[in-house]
Design a protein around this ligand. Structure first.
Ligand code: FAD
Length: 317
């Protein structure tokens, strides 16, 4: 039973999540006594996948697929899976993968489980631990369909080196105009910023920061840490920050290694989207703020005093 992994890239460079899903796929393949084939789209760094146990890479070189297109990507992966006689597909739990995987599942009549947060279980890699109820609990879910799709949460399994040589082949699926019936015409992206989905560290601000004019210190802290910036829902609703920074149940999910919440109360809807993060640090002037109950580390204090001192100290390293 061969394992196929969809490895995401940006501007030709594989994302960190690509190596994490490859590591996960290798663990599944080892249990099955099988090998890992990756499918990437216009990536130029495919040979790096060998470090994480991928022995073959199908690199899609079609220019029409230079930018993400859920239907066309899903069709390409489905064709690759059929050609390679694949029954297990591993993807990340990014927004794009969550868009693509249900289409792929419908095409292959596969069972799909997203948000998997633990290593494959020793009894069967197809009984997986995933988050549920907006990250307030875990479910152990079994996939019994012949073809299976597993979506792995970012920063949950980690990178596991398993050096082999990846043979890279060009692969282009047979696509029709119908596959491009919905497509992005133009994508506006703020240059030079770390995106929330790919960030190891996220620095997030809430209403406690009083106004958009005070976000300089959030950006400075993020810059020192190489982090992405985020915010609570009211902050983006009031237009203090762009909507793309809104995290939580109705915003972007965060599964960072470190999440720093500044002036955020820790409402249940906020926590629902950020509690998968490994370490949560809370800075809040109210010792009764609910976020402290979910925090690994907390600083009770005025953000306007604490954050500048933190930046100063971090700059010394
Ligand atoms: P507040 O609750 O006003 O908290 C501000 C905090 O700042 C307080 O704890 C205060 O003690 C602290 N503070 C004040 N001054 C300082 C200072 N000088 N220094 C340090 N701390 C200070 N919210 C989300 O964030 N994401 C979501 O996805 C989301 N989805 C929602 C969906 C629904 C259906 C609903 C009903 C609500 C949703 N909300 C969401 C809103 C959520 O319920 C809260 O209202 C919101 O998270 C509160 O934002 P906040 O913590 O920034 O503001």
């Amino acid at each position: 039973m061969s394992v196929l992994v969809y490895t995401e890239s940006e501007n030709g460079k594989l994302k960190k999540s690509a190596f994490e899903v490859a590591s996960y796929a290798k663990a599944v393949a080892d249990q099955l006594g099988s090998s890992v084939t990756a499918i990437s789209f216009n990536a130029t760094s495919n040979d790096e996948l060998g470090t994480y146990g991928v022995s073959k890479v199908l690199n899609v070189t079609d220019d029409k697929l230079a930018t993400f297109n859920a239907l066309a990507y899903a069709n390409s992966i489905a064709q690759a899976a059929k050609n390679e006689n694949i029954q297990v597909i591993i993807v990340s739990s990014s927004t794009n993968s969550k868009f693509l995987a249900p289409i792929l599942a419908a095409k292959l009549k596969a069972g799909y489980v997203p948000n998997v947060v633990a290593a494959p279980e020793s009894a069967s890699p197809f009984t997986v631990k995933r988050t549920t109820f907006s990250n307030k609990g875990f479910a152990h879910t079994e996939i019994t369909t012949e073809t299976k799709i597993i979506g792995v949460s970012n920063n949950s399994f980690g990178l596991k080196e398993n050096a082999t040589t990846a043979a890279v082949e060009a692969f282009n699926a047979d696509l029709s105009d119908a596959d491009f019936s919905v497509k992005s015409i133009e994508i506006d992206k703020v240059a030079g910023q770390v995106t929330i989905a790919d960030a190891d560290i996220v620095v997030s601000g809430g209403r406690g920061l009083k106004g958009p004019e005070n976000w300089g210190m959030i950006e400075d802290l993020a810059e020192v840490l190489g982090a992405a910036t985020a915010c609570s829902k009211p902050v983006s609703d009031m237009g203090w920050r762009p909507h793309g920074e809104h995290v939580g149940q109705t915003g972007k999910p965060v599964a960072a290694n470190l999440y720093i919440a500044i002036g955020i109360s820790g409402a249940i809807q906020h926590l629902a989207g950020v509690s998968s993060s490994k370490t949560k640090v809370v800075i809040n002037s109210d010792p009764e703020a609910p976020f402290f109950k979910a925090a690994d580390y907390g600083i009770v204090g005025d953000a306007f005093e604490v954050v500048p001192k933190l930046i100063e100290k971090l700059k010394e390293f």
